[in-house]
Ligand binder design. Structure first.
Ligand code: FES
Length: 114
């Protein structure tokens, strides 16, 4: 297991970019629940964020790709609007322990093109 961050590093209603094993992930905390995705838009494979740690739309309700504005549900990564409508962000399994988010290195290493 690889420790990603403390759960307290992510404020409620915000997102955070994370790098592990040279792969880029991001986490979102919404309604005190955490979600973790591969930072890779299913449209063209670009990173999603507008600015560092900025993965959400203006009101924090959806994940938004900065390249063409595709919108994704925070809860399951499904694209609901944009050029990749119906596709999904790649969710990364994680576990919580002692207040930290952890991932299995094998799940991260096998990330490539979706
Ligand atoms: S690359 Fe994300 S919407 Fe086009």
């Amino acid at each position: 297991m690889i420790t990603l961050c403390s759960v307290d590093d992510i404020e409620e209603g915000t997102s955070k970019g994370l790098e592990v094993e040279n792969k880029y992930l991001f986490a979102v905390k919404k309604d005190d629940q955490l979600f973790l995705y591969y930072n890779y838009c299913p449209h063209l494979g670009t990173p999603l964020e507008w600015l560092e740690d900025q993965f959400l739309d203006a009101d924090g309700a959806l994940i938004q790709c900065s390249t063409h504005g595709a919108l994704f549900l925070i809860e399951n990564g499904t694209c609901i609007l944009g050029p990749c409508k119906g596709k999904r962000l790649k969710a990364i399994p994680f576990v919580l322990g002692n207040g930290f988010m952890m991932v299995d290195e094998d799940d991260v290493r096998k990330l490539g093109r979706i």
